[in-house]
Ligand binder design. Structure first.
Ligand code: 4AD
Ligand code: MG
Length: 462
């Protein structure tokens, strides 16, 4: 048995080679004597053309009536077709039907909207566009691991169930082993957490950063790559309740050095895809975003811009357009602001650094001005915020103060303070939203279309 992936790679040069292939019927153009079956075997985006001839196949009539997505086993000879789009085809000597497909297969030949295909999340990877998206997702994940492993970073798996809110934003899914119909209550009528599985309230992790820091302060450079969960009721094209995040953490590293690593990582992933995902990028350029390949190339050759939050505010205040959310020093940047900066002003990725302390997480390092922190968000065209990161507050005194100001329970963060008490060092890290990266890499504009089975408010199908 041969696979499409290997055939496309080997670029067959000999004819008459007898091969066996299995796969799904993508289309059949049928004629009285000769028909053409496009076969996809799953190993490559591209279909293999199979020539069926009535003279050769005893079950010719049955085969040409197969419904789309039936599965077949084809035995045939490779024939070179130098004039066609694909340089070879298979002339079938036998076709065995492995599985019939019901006639109501929802993905018939016509183009379907992405919205409709979301209702078919179990079938949509069979379309060329989603095949390309999810292949790129897999390759990008590998490239990210390779980038860090080549540089000696240690991969850390942080807990999914946790008692801490590492972002201090309170948008957490509660985890409980209790029977909701019979909750054990204390004498004052509140839930008695001592009866809980963990003897305390727990939630799904919003970020692996804090436990990852503990490992970075042993291994120097570490990264996580895992799921994160946020119960934010955001109905946007760039938020999901369940998403994947890559969180590197580097000891003896300041903000400026961190920005370089971030930029290198993104360029590395693009370059990897340029060599490993050519057919997928070409298909997405044809079907989804005509500028995709051009934009990705430009991203690898340009230097990312670095501007301060102060300057970002000035630029936004001078903008010829008015924003839905008015801008003044101290506000959090909204998606419309982020996109104006990277799409209109710079037309390339932009780091915004040194945000006001009041709008950023408690662990970010306070700058000498006393009012900003050494934070950096990376904004990219088409998306807005792709990465959030910072230098970490390493001074125990200031960190304690910031934990208190954030209204967090100091006892819960004692272990985190220990990391500073036992050999403090400047250290920095960031969180790259994997789905947003895949949107950037594929040109897809809705986050629901880059994660296999999306989880958004009111939607947890499949
Ligand atoms: O900016 P965030 O909230 O930062 C953190 O969680 C830090 N602990 C990261 C760190 O420094 N280690 O999230 C980081 C990134 C965002 O820039 C965004 O790309 C993505 O995670 N993200 C989401 N992606 C999809 N859906 C959501 N609801 C997301 N929330 C954040
Ligand atoms: Mg952020």
């Amino acid at each position: 048995e041969v696979f499409a992936r290997d055939l496309f790679q080997a670029k067959p040069t000999t004819i008459d080679q007898l091969v066996t292939m299995t796969g799904w019927v993508k289309t059949i153009r049928s004629g009285a004597h000769v028909s053409f079956l496009e076969l996809n075997d799953g190993t490559d985006l591209r279909n293999i053309q199979v020539v069926l001839s009535a003279a050769e196949l005893e079950n010719y009539q049955a085969v040409i009536k197969l419904n789309l997505s039936a599965t077949v086993k084809v035995v045939g000879q490779i024939a070179l077709t130098p004039k066609a789009a694909q340089p070879f085809e298979i002339q079938a000597t036998a076709v065995e039907v492995l599985g019939q497909a019901a006639a109501d297969y929802p993905l018939q030949k016509k183009q379907h909207s992405f919205e409709f295909l979301r209702t078919q999340a179990h079938l949509r990877p069979r379309t060329a566009t989603f095949y390309a998206v999810f292949k790129i997702r897999s390759l990008a994940a590998f490239a990210i691991h390779q980038f860090f492993q080549e540089r000696g970073y240690v991969y850390v798996n942080t807990p999914i169930i946790t008692s801490s809110d590492s972002e201090g934003a309170g948008e957490m899914f509660k985890v409980s082993a209790l029977d909701f119909d019979h909750l054990p209550l204390t004498s004052t009528g509140t839930v008695d957490f001592s009866k809980e599985f963990f003897k305390k309230a727990t939630n799904l992790t919003v970020s692996g950063q804090l436990p990852d820091e503990g490992f970075a302060l042993a291994f120097r450079n570490t990264y996580t790559f895992g799921p994160a969960f946020r119960a934010e009721d955001s109905h946007t094209t760039r938020h999901t309740a369940e998403f994947w995040m890559i969180e590197p953490e580097m000891a003896f590293c300041d903000l400026a050095e961190m920005l370089q690593i971030e930029e290198q990582l993104i360029k590395y992933v693009i370059n990897y895809l340029m060599t490993k995902a050519q057919p997928e990028l070409m298909l997405l350029t044809e079907k989804v975003d005509a500028d995709l390949i051009k934009k990705l190339k430009a991203t690898t050759t340009s230097d990312f811009e670095v501007i301060s939050y102060d300057h970002a505010i000035e630029l936004l205040q001078q903008a010829p357009q008015t924003f839905t959310y008015p801008v003044k020093w101290g506000v959090a940047l909204q998606s419309e602001h982020e996109r104006y900066l990277c799409e209109e002003v710079y037309q390339r990725p932009v780091f915004v650094i040194n945000y006001p302390e009041a709008i950023k997480a408690f662990y970010m390092r306070r700058n000498d001005d006393g009012k900003t922190v050494a934070a950096a968000d990376l904004l990219v065209p088409g998306i807005g915020e792709l990465v959030g990161g910072s230098q970490r507050e390493e001074r125990p005194q200031i960190l304690s103060e910031k934990i208190a100001t954030a209204g967090l329970n100091p006892a819960e963060y004692q272990w985190y303070l220990d990391l500073r008490r036992y050999g403090e060092t400047s250290h920095s890290g960031f969180g790259l939203g994997f789905e947003r990266l895949i949107m950037f890499l594929t040109g897809m504009t809705n986050i629901r279309d880059v994660i296999p089975y999306p989880r958004t408010p009111g939607e947890a199908e499949f």
